[in-house]
Design a protein around this ligand. Structure first.
Ligand SMILES: Cc1ncc(COP(=O)(O)O)c(C=O)c1O
Length: 448
Protein backbone atom coordinates (compact mmCIF):
# COMPACT_ATOMS: atom_id res chain seq x y z
CA UNK A 1 0.00 0.00 0.00
CA UNK A 2 1.44 3.38 -0.97
CA UNK A 3 1.92 5.85 1.84
CA UNK A 4 -0.43 8.86 1.80
CA UNK A 5 1.08 12.31 1.33
CA UNK A 6 0.32 15.14 3.73
CA UNK A 7 -2.48 16.60 1.62
CA UNK A 8 -4.22 13.24 1.35
CA UNK A 9 -3.93 12.74 5.09
CA UNK A 10 -5.20 16.29 5.68
CA UNK A 11 -8.21 15.99 3.41
CA UNK A 12 -9.11 12.72 5.08
CA UNK A 13 -9.44 14.28 8.51
CA UNK A 14 -9.21 18.11 8.60
CA UNK A 15 -11.93 20.71 7.96
CA UNK A 16 -10.30 24.06 7.13
CA UNK A 17 -11.62 27.54 8.08
CA UNK A 18 -13.33 29.92 5.67
CA UNK A 19 -13.12 27.30 2.92
CA UNK A 20 -15.46 25.43 0.60
CA UNK A 21 -13.61 22.16 1.01
CA UNK A 22 -14.65 21.02 -2.47
CA UNK A 23 -12.31 23.71 -3.83
CA UNK A 24 -9.44 21.45 -2.86
CA UNK A 25 -10.41 19.02 -5.58
CA UNK A 26 -8.68 21.49 -7.90
CA UNK A 27 -6.88 23.95 -5.64
CA UNK A 28 -3.87 22.32 -3.97
CA UNK A 29 -3.25 22.80 -0.27
CA UNK A 30 0.14 24.35 0.42
CA UNK A 31 1.98 21.98 2.73
CA UNK A 32 3.99 24.38 4.87
CA UNK A 33 7.03 23.05 6.65
CA UNK A 34 8.58 26.18 8.09
CA UNK A 35 8.57 29.96 8.04
CA UNK A 36 11.39 32.46 8.12
CA UNK A 37 10.95 36.23 7.86
CA UNK A 38 8.51 37.01 5.06
CA UNK A 39 8.88 33.48 3.64
CA UNK A 40 6.86 30.31 4.04
CA UNK A 41 8.52 27.09 2.81
CA UNK A 42 6.65 24.00 1.62
CA UNK A 43 7.28 20.28 1.26
CA UNK A 44 8.01 20.71 -2.46
CA UNK A 45 11.00 22.95 -1.75
CA UNK A 46 9.11 26.06 -2.88
CA UNK A 47 8.89 29.27 -0.92
CA UNK A 48 6.15 31.90 -0.80
CA UNK A 49 6.33 35.51 0.29
CA UNK A 50 3.53 35.94 2.84
CA UNK A 51 2.07 39.21 1.47
CA UNK A 52 -1.02 38.97 3.70
CA UNK A 53 0.86 38.28 6.95
CA UNK A 54 -1.11 35.03 7.33
CA UNK A 55 -4.51 36.64 7.93
CA UNK A 56 -2.91 39.88 9.09
CA UNK A 57 -1.18 38.54 12.17
CA UNK A 58 2.52 37.93 11.43
CA UNK A 59 3.58 41.54 11.63
CA UNK A 60 7.26 40.70 12.17
CA UNK A 61 7.29 37.80 9.73
CA UNK A 62 7.71 34.15 10.66
CA UNK A 63 9.85 32.52 13.34
CA UNK A 64 11.46 35.72 14.58
CA UNK A 65 14.32 34.50 16.82
CA UNK A 66 13.74 37.16 19.49
CA UNK A 67 10.14 36.07 19.96
CA UNK A 68 11.15 32.40 19.81
CA UNK A 69 13.59 32.96 22.67
CA UNK A 70 11.01 34.81 24.76
CA UNK A 71 8.51 32.01 24.20
CA UNK A 72 11.03 29.33 25.03
CA UNK A 73 12.08 31.07 28.23
CA UNK A 74 8.47 31.46 29.33
CA UNK A 75 7.73 27.84 28.43
CA UNK A 76 10.41 26.74 30.85
CA UNK A 77 9.03 28.98 33.60
CA UNK A 78 5.22 28.98 33.59
CA UNK A 79 3.10 27.78 30.69
CA UNK A 80 -0.35 28.47 32.13
CA UNK A 81 -2.24 29.23 35.28
CA UNK A 82 -5.89 29.85 36.01
CA UNK A 83 -6.31 33.63 35.70
CA UNK A 84 -9.09 33.93 38.29
CA UNK A 85 -7.56 34.46 41.72
CA UNK A 86 -4.03 34.26 40.27
CA UNK A 87 -1.76 36.56 38.37
CA UNK A 88 1.67 36.52 36.75
CA UNK A 89 4.29 38.99 35.64
CA UNK A 90 3.90 38.63 31.83
CA UNK A 91 0.19 39.56 31.98
CA UNK A 92 0.68 42.47 34.36
CA UNK A 93 3.59 43.83 32.37
CA UNK A 94 1.64 43.52 29.17
CA UNK A 95 -1.38 45.32 30.62
CA UNK A 96 0.85 48.13 31.92
CA UNK A 97 2.54 48.52 28.57
CA UNK A 98 -0.69 48.48 26.56
CA UNK A 99 -2.23 51.13 28.80
CA UNK A 100 0.88 53.26 28.37
CA UNK A 101 0.81 52.88 24.57
CA UNK A 102 -2.93 53.28 23.97
CA UNK A 103 -4.75 56.60 23.77
CA UNK A 104 -4.84 58.22 27.24
CA UNK A 105 -7.80 57.52 29.49
CA UNK A 106 -7.99 53.74 29.53
CA UNK A 107 -7.68 52.21 32.98
CA UNK A 108 -8.10 48.44 32.71
CA UNK A 109 -7.27 45.49 30.46
CA UNK A 110 -9.49 42.41 30.16
CA UNK A 111 -7.92 39.36 28.51
CA UNK A 112 -9.49 37.00 25.98
CA UNK A 113 -7.99 34.58 23.49
CA UNK A 114 -9.09 35.57 19.98
CA UNK A 115 -10.53 38.53 18.15
CA UNK A 116 -14.15 37.39 18.08
CA UNK A 117 -14.01 36.68 21.80
CA UNK A 118 -12.71 40.21 22.42
CA UNK A 119 -15.69 41.62 20.52
CA UNK A 120 -18.04 39.44 22.58
CA UNK A 121 -16.40 40.81 25.74
CA UNK A 122 -16.84 44.42 24.63
CA UNK A 123 -20.48 43.91 23.66
CA UNK A 124 -21.34 42.11 26.89
CA UNK A 125 -19.43 44.59 29.03
CA UNK A 126 -21.20 47.52 27.45
CA UNK A 127 -24.61 45.92 27.88
CA UNK A 128 -23.79 44.97 31.47
CA UNK A 129 -22.51 48.47 32.24
CA UNK A 130 -25.87 50.00 31.37
CA UNK A 131 -27.61 47.22 33.28
CA UNK A 132 -25.52 48.01 36.35
CA UNK A 133 -26.46 51.66 35.93
CA UNK A 134 -30.14 50.66 36.10
CA UNK A 135 -30.83 50.95 32.39
CA UNK A 136 -32.00 48.18 30.11
CA UNK A 137 -30.47 48.80 26.73
CA UNK A 138 -30.44 45.95 24.25
CA UNK A 139 -29.27 47.28 20.88
CA UNK A 140 -25.94 47.88 19.16
CA UNK A 141 -25.19 50.05 16.16
CA UNK A 142 -22.74 48.88 13.53
CA UNK A 143 -21.73 50.19 10.13
CA UNK A 144 -22.66 48.78 6.76
CA UNK A 145 -20.00 46.39 5.45
CA UNK A 146 -18.62 45.83 8.96
CA UNK A 147 -16.83 42.69 10.08
CA UNK A 148 -16.17 41.86 13.71
CA UNK A 149 -15.69 38.10 13.78
CA UNK A 150 -17.58 34.84 13.49
CA UNK A 151 -19.11 34.05 16.88
CA UNK A 152 -22.81 34.82 17.13
CA UNK A 153 -22.50 38.17 18.94
CA UNK A 154 -19.69 39.33 16.69
CA UNK A 155 -21.58 38.18 13.58
CA UNK A 156 -24.63 40.08 14.79
CA UNK A 157 -22.74 43.36 14.53
CA UNK A 158 -21.20 42.42 11.20
CA UNK A 159 -22.67 43.24 7.82
CA UNK A 160 -20.86 41.06 5.31
CA UNK A 161 -23.59 38.89 3.81
CA UNK A 162 -21.22 36.10 2.82
CA UNK A 163 -20.51 35.30 6.45
CA UNK A 164 -23.73 36.47 8.07
CA UNK A 165 -26.71 35.66 5.89
CA UNK A 166 -27.03 31.96 6.65
CA UNK A 167 -26.99 32.54 10.39
CA UNK A 168 -29.31 35.56 10.40
CA UNK A 169 -32.14 33.70 12.18
CA UNK A 170 -29.82 33.10 15.14
CA UNK A 171 -28.50 36.61 15.56
CA UNK A 172 -29.21 39.73 17.59
CA UNK A 173 -30.84 42.42 15.52
CA UNK A 174 -28.38 45.27 15.27
CA UNK A 175 -29.01 48.73 13.85
CA UNK A 176 -26.99 49.12 10.65
CA UNK A 177 -25.93 52.64 9.69
CA UNK A 178 -24.39 53.52 6.35
CA UNK A 179 -20.62 53.75 6.84
CA UNK A 180 -18.17 56.40 5.61
CA UNK A 181 -16.53 54.17 2.97
CA UNK A 182 -14.47 56.42 0.69
CA UNK A 183 -15.23 54.21 -2.30
CA UNK A 184 -18.83 55.39 -2.11
CA UNK A 185 -17.98 59.10 -2.30
CA UNK A 186 -20.02 61.18 -4.67
CA UNK A 187 -18.25 62.88 -7.58
CA UNK A 188 -16.32 65.88 -6.33
CA UNK A 189 -16.85 65.02 -2.66
CA UNK A 190 -13.73 65.01 -0.46
CA UNK A 191 -13.21 62.20 2.07
CA UNK A 192 -13.86 64.67 4.89
CA UNK A 193 -17.09 65.92 3.32
CA UNK A 194 -18.16 62.34 2.76
CA UNK A 195 -17.39 61.41 6.37
CA UNK A 196 -19.43 64.38 7.60
CA UNK A 197 -22.37 63.45 5.38
CA UNK A 198 -22.36 59.92 6.71
CA UNK A 199 -22.15 61.23 10.27
CA UNK A 200 -25.60 62.70 9.65
CA UNK A 201 -26.89 59.15 9.12
CA UNK A 202 -25.38 58.18 12.44
CA UNK A 203 -26.94 61.19 14.10
CA UNK A 204 -30.36 60.19 12.82
CA UNK A 205 -29.94 56.62 14.08
CA UNK A 206 -28.90 57.87 17.50
CA UNK A 207 -31.76 60.35 17.64
CA UNK A 208 -34.15 57.48 16.99
CA UNK A 209 -32.58 54.79 19.16
CA UNK A 210 -30.04 56.19 21.65
CA UNK A 211 -32.10 55.26 24.73
CA UNK A 212 -31.95 51.62 23.72
CA UNK A 213 -28.39 51.56 22.35
CA UNK A 214 -25.48 50.25 24.41
CA UNK A 215 -22.71 51.05 21.96
CA UNK A 216 -21.65 51.85 18.44
CA UNK A 217 -18.96 49.49 17.14
CA UNK A 218 -16.53 50.42 14.37
CA UNK A 219 -13.36 49.20 12.67
CA UNK A 220 -11.32 52.42 12.72
CA UNK A 221 -9.98 53.59 9.32
CA UNK A 222 -10.18 50.25 7.45
CA UNK A 223 -12.97 47.70 7.11
CA UNK A 224 -10.55 44.90 6.41
CA UNK A 225 -12.69 41.81 5.80
CA UNK A 226 -15.20 44.09 4.07
CA UNK A 227 -12.87 44.35 1.07
CA UNK A 228 -10.35 46.75 2.62
CA UNK A 229 -12.66 49.74 2.41
CA UNK A 230 -11.19 52.86 4.01
CA UNK A 231 -12.46 56.09 5.53
CA UNK A 232 -11.23 59.42 6.78
CA UNK A 233 -10.28 59.93 10.47
CA UNK A 234 -12.85 62.74 10.45
CA UNK A 235 -15.53 60.08 10.81
CA UNK A 236 -13.95 58.76 14.00
CA UNK A 237 -13.74 62.26 15.47
CA UNK A 238 -17.37 62.92 14.64
CA UNK A 239 -18.48 59.52 15.88
CA UNK A 240 -16.76 60.04 19.23
CA UNK A 241 -18.53 63.38 19.57
CA UNK A 242 -21.90 61.83 18.69
CA UNK A 243 -21.44 58.97 21.16
CA UNK A 244 -20.68 61.54 23.85
CA UNK A 245 -23.66 63.69 22.87
CA UNK A 246 -26.08 60.75 22.95
CA UNK A 247 -24.41 59.00 25.91
CA UNK A 248 -23.66 55.67 24.26
CA UNK A 249 -20.39 53.72 24.28
CA UNK A 250 -17.95 53.63 21.41
CA UNK A 251 -16.24 50.29 20.72
CA UNK A 252 -13.16 50.46 18.49
CA UNK A 253 -12.38 47.09 16.99
CA UNK A 254 -8.65 47.47 16.28
CA UNK A 255 -8.16 43.72 15.96
CA UNK A 256 -6.96 44.01 12.38
CA UNK A 257 -5.71 47.59 12.29
CA UNK A 258 -3.93 47.86 15.66
CA UNK A 259 -0.16 47.55 16.09
CA UNK A 260 1.06 49.79 13.33
CA UNK A 261 -1.02 48.57 10.41
CA UNK A 262 -2.51 51.97 9.58
CA UNK A 263 0.74 53.86 10.04
CA UNK A 264 0.25 54.69 13.73
CA UNK A 265 0.39 52.25 16.62
CA UNK A 266 -3.41 52.40 16.89
CA UNK A 267 -5.79 53.74 14.25
CA UNK A 268 -7.72 55.82 16.79
CA UNK A 269 -4.61 57.95 17.32
CA UNK A 270 -5.08 59.43 13.86
CA UNK A 271 -8.35 60.98 14.99
CA UNK A 272 -7.03 61.75 18.45
CA UNK A 273 -9.90 59.90 20.12
CA UNK A 274 -10.24 57.38 22.90
CA UNK A 275 -13.06 54.88 22.56
CA UNK A 276 -14.75 53.36 25.64
CA UNK A 277 -13.59 49.90 24.59
CA UNK A 278 -10.69 49.01 22.34
CA UNK A 279 -10.39 45.40 21.12
CA UNK A 280 -6.94 44.13 20.15
CA UNK A 281 -5.68 40.78 18.89
CA UNK A 282 -3.85 39.56 15.73
CA UNK A 283 -0.65 41.70 15.75
CA UNK A 284 -0.69 41.64 19.56
CA UNK A 285 1.32 38.40 19.48
CA UNK A 286 2.76 38.92 16.00
CA UNK A 287 1.03 35.75 14.87
CA UNK A 288 2.59 33.46 17.45
CA UNK A 289 -0.23 32.55 19.80
CA UNK A 290 -3.93 33.32 20.19
CA UNK A 291 -4.48 36.25 22.53
CA UNK A 292 -6.80 39.24 22.68
CA UNK A 293 -7.45 42.09 25.04
CA UNK A 294 -10.18 44.64 25.62
CA UNK A 295 -9.04 47.96 27.03
CA UNK A 296 -11.64 49.97 28.88
CA UNK A 297 -12.00 52.89 31.24
CA UNK A 298 -12.11 53.13 35.01
CA UNK A 299 -15.65 54.48 34.62
CA UNK A 300 -16.73 51.16 33.09
CA UNK A 301 -14.71 49.13 35.58
CA UNK A 302 -16.15 51.00 38.54
CA UNK A 303 -19.71 50.20 37.45
CA UNK A 304 -18.96 46.51 38.08
CA UNK A 305 -17.09 46.92 41.37
CA UNK A 306 -19.33 45.87 44.28
CA UNK A 307 -20.19 43.09 46.72
CA UNK A 308 -20.45 39.68 45.02
CA UNK A 309 -24.13 39.26 45.90
CA UNK A 310 -25.15 42.26 43.82
CA UNK A 311 -24.41 40.30 40.62
CA UNK A 312 -22.67 43.31 39.17
CA UNK A 313 -19.41 41.46 38.47
CA UNK A 314 -18.35 40.60 34.92
CA UNK A 315 -18.31 36.80 35.14
CA UNK A 316 -17.17 36.23 31.56
CA UNK A 317 -14.17 33.91 31.22
CA UNK A 318 -12.14 31.75 28.86
CA UNK A 319 -9.98 28.86 30.07
CA UNK A 320 -6.90 30.36 28.40
CA UNK A 321 -7.49 33.90 29.66
CA UNK A 322 -4.18 35.68 30.16
CA UNK A 323 -2.11 32.69 29.03
CA UNK A 324 1.49 33.37 30.16
CA UNK A 325 3.07 32.06 26.95
CA UNK A 326 0.92 34.36 24.83
CA UNK A 327 1.56 37.30 27.17
CA UNK A 328 5.33 36.71 27.03
CA UNK A 329 5.16 36.65 23.24
CA UNK A 330 3.09 39.86 23.24
CA UNK A 331 5.69 41.52 25.45
CA UNK A 332 8.43 40.40 23.06
CA UNK A 333 6.40 41.83 20.19
CA UNK A 334 6.21 45.19 21.94
CA UNK A 335 9.98 44.97 22.54
CA UNK A 336 10.47 44.61 18.78
CA UNK A 337 8.40 47.74 18.13
CA UNK A 338 10.87 49.59 20.38
CA UNK A 339 14.03 47.91 19.05
CA UNK A 340 13.15 48.50 15.40
CA UNK A 341 11.41 51.84 15.94
CA UNK A 342 8.80 50.16 13.77
CA UNK A 343 6.24 52.91 13.34
CA UNK A 344 8.89 55.32 12.04
CA UNK A 345 10.77 52.68 10.03
CA UNK A 346 7.55 51.62 8.31
CA UNK A 347 7.10 55.07 6.79
CA UNK A 348 9.61 54.17 4.09
CA UNK A 349 7.74 50.97 3.31
CA UNK A 350 4.44 52.87 3.24
CA UNK A 351 5.89 55.22 0.63
CA UNK A 352 7.28 52.38 -1.43
CA UNK A 353 3.92 50.59 -1.34
CA UNK A 354 2.27 53.78 -2.62
CA UNK A 355 4.79 54.12 -5.46
CA UNK A 356 4.52 50.47 -6.42
CA UNK A 357 0.72 50.50 -6.37
CA UNK A 358 0.18 53.79 -8.21
CA UNK A 359 0.54 52.45 -11.79
CA UNK A 360 -2.19 49.88 -11.10
CA UNK A 361 -4.73 52.71 -11.02
CA UNK A 362 -4.34 52.97 -14.80
CA UNK A 363 -5.36 49.38 -15.37
CA UNK A 364 -8.53 49.17 -17.49
CA UNK A 365 -10.22 46.92 -14.91
CA UNK A 366 -9.09 48.63 -11.73
CA UNK A 367 -11.54 51.15 -10.28
CA UNK A 368 -9.63 52.08 -7.16
CA UNK A 369 -6.18 51.79 -5.63
CA UNK A 370 -6.36 52.79 -2.00
CA UNK A 371 -3.93 52.82 0.87
CA UNK A 372 -3.88 53.44 4.57
CA UNK A 373 -0.43 52.91 6.08
CA UNK A 374 0.76 49.34 5.55
CA UNK A 375 -2.38 48.28 3.65
CA UNK A 376 -2.84 48.65 -0.09
CA UNK A 377 -6.01 47.47 -1.83
CA UNK A 378 -6.71 47.24 -5.54
CA UNK A 379 -10.35 46.90 -6.57
CA UNK A 380 -10.98 45.03 -9.82
CA UNK A 381 -14.20 45.88 -11.68
CA UNK A 382 -15.97 44.81 -14.82
CA UNK A 383 -16.45 48.38 -16.00
CA UNK A 384 -13.98 51.06 -14.96
CA UNK A 385 -16.28 53.96 -15.95
CA UNK A 386 -19.42 52.80 -14.18
CA UNK A 387 -17.59 50.78 -11.51
CA UNK A 388 -19.89 47.86 -12.24
CA UNK A 389 -18.38 45.04 -10.18
CA UNK A 390 -17.60 41.55 -11.36
CA UNK A 391 -20.10 39.01 -10.10
CA UNK A 392 -18.45 37.58 -6.96
CA UNK A 393 -19.42 34.08 -8.12
CA UNK A 394 -16.95 34.42 -11.02
CA UNK A 395 -14.18 34.38 -8.41
CA UNK A 396 -11.81 36.56 -10.40
CA UNK A 397 -9.53 36.90 -7.40
CA UNK A 398 -8.64 33.21 -7.66
CA UNK A 399 -6.56 33.98 -10.78
CA UNK A 400 -4.45 36.37 -8.74
CA UNK A 401 -4.14 33.84 -5.94
CA UNK A 402 -3.03 31.07 -8.30
CA UNK A 403 -0.63 33.35 -10.17
CA UNK A 404 0.93 34.46 -6.90
CA UNK A 405 1.40 30.90 -5.69
CA UNK A 406 2.87 29.82 -9.00
CA UNK A 407 5.53 32.51 -8.72
CA UNK A 408 6.12 32.30 -4.99
CA UNK A 409 3.86 34.84 -3.29
CA UNK A 410 0.88 34.43 -1.03
CA UNK A 411 -1.63 37.00 -2.30
CA UNK A 412 -5.10 35.96 -1.15
CA UNK A 413 -7.64 38.43 -2.54
CA UNK A 414 -10.92 39.25 -0.85
CA UNK A 415 -13.42 38.72 -3.66
CA UNK A 416 -12.43 41.17 -6.39
CA UNK A 417 -10.02 43.08 -4.18
CA UNK A 418 -6.32 42.29 -4.32
CA UNK A 419 -4.51 43.59 -1.28
CA UNK A 420 -1.07 43.76 0.32
CA UNK A 421 -0.79 43.58 4.05
CA UNK A 422 2.80 42.41 4.39
CA UNK A 423 4.93 41.77 7.45
CA UNK A 424 6.87 44.85 8.51
CA UNK A 425 10.14 43.05 7.72
CA UNK A 426 9.44 43.12 3.99
CA UNK A 427 12.02 44.93 1.85
CA UNK A 428 11.35 47.67 -0.70
CA UNK A 429 12.45 45.34 -3.51
CA UNK A 430 10.03 42.70 -2.33
CA UNK A 431 7.22 45.28 -2.39
CA UNK A 432 8.04 46.03 -6.03
CA UNK A 433 7.98 42.33 -6.80
CA UNK A 434 4.56 41.86 -5.17
CA UNK A 435 3.30 44.79 -7.24
CA UNK A 436 4.56 43.14 -10.40
CA UNK A 437 2.91 39.82 -9.53
CA UNK A 438 -0.32 41.63 -8.66
CA UNK A 439 -0.28 43.39 -12.00
CA UNK A 440 0.23 40.12 -13.85
CA UNK A 441 -2.43 38.38 -11.77
CA UNK A 442 -4.93 41.19 -12.39
CA UNK A 443 -4.21 40.99 -16.12
CA UNK A 444 -5.02 37.28 -16.03
CA UNK A 445 -8.10 37.76 -13.84
CA UNK A 446 -9.64 40.43 -16.08
CA UNK A 447 -8.69 39.04 -19.49
CA UNK A 448 -12.25 38.35 -20.60
C1 LIG B 1 -11.83 43.76 12.55
C2 LIG B 1 -11.89 42.35 13.01
N1 LIG B 1 -12.54 42.04 14.13
C3 LIG B 1 -12.60 40.79 14.60
C4 LIG B 1 -12.00 39.76 13.93
C5 LIG B 1 -12.09 38.35 14.47
O1 LIG B 1 -10.88 37.92 14.98
P1 LIG B 1 -10.59 36.34 15.11
O2 LIG B 1 -10.46 35.85 13.71
O3 LIG B 1 -9.33 36.26 15.89
O4 LIG B 1 -11.76 35.77 15.82
C6 LIG B 1 -11.31 40.01 12.75
C7 LIG B 1 -10.68 38.92 11.99
O5 LIG B 1 -10.31 39.05 10.86
C8 LIG B 1 -11.26 41.34 12.26
O6 LIG B 1 -10.64 41.66 11.12
Amino acid sequence: MSEKNLTERDLACVWHPCTQMKDHESLPLIEVTRGEGVWLHDTQGKKYLDAVSSWWVNIFGHSHPYIADALSEQAHTLEHVIFAGHTHEPAVRLAERLLALAPAGFGKVFFADNGSAAVEVALKMSFHYWHNKGETRTRFINLSNAYHGETLGALSVGDVALYKETYAPLLLESIVVKGPDNYEREAGETPVEHARRRLQDMRQALEAHADDVCAVIIEPLIQCAGNMRMHDPEYLRGLRALCDEFNVHLIADEIAVGFGRTGSMFACEQADIRPDFMCLSKGLTAGWLPLAVVLTTDDVYDAFYDEYQTLRAFLHSHSYTGNPLACAVANATLDLFEQYDTIRANQKLVERMAQAAAPLAEHPHVADVRQTGMVVAIEMVKNKQTREPYDWKERRGLHVYRHGLEHGALLRPLGNVVYWMPPYVITEEQIDWIAQLSREGIDLATRN
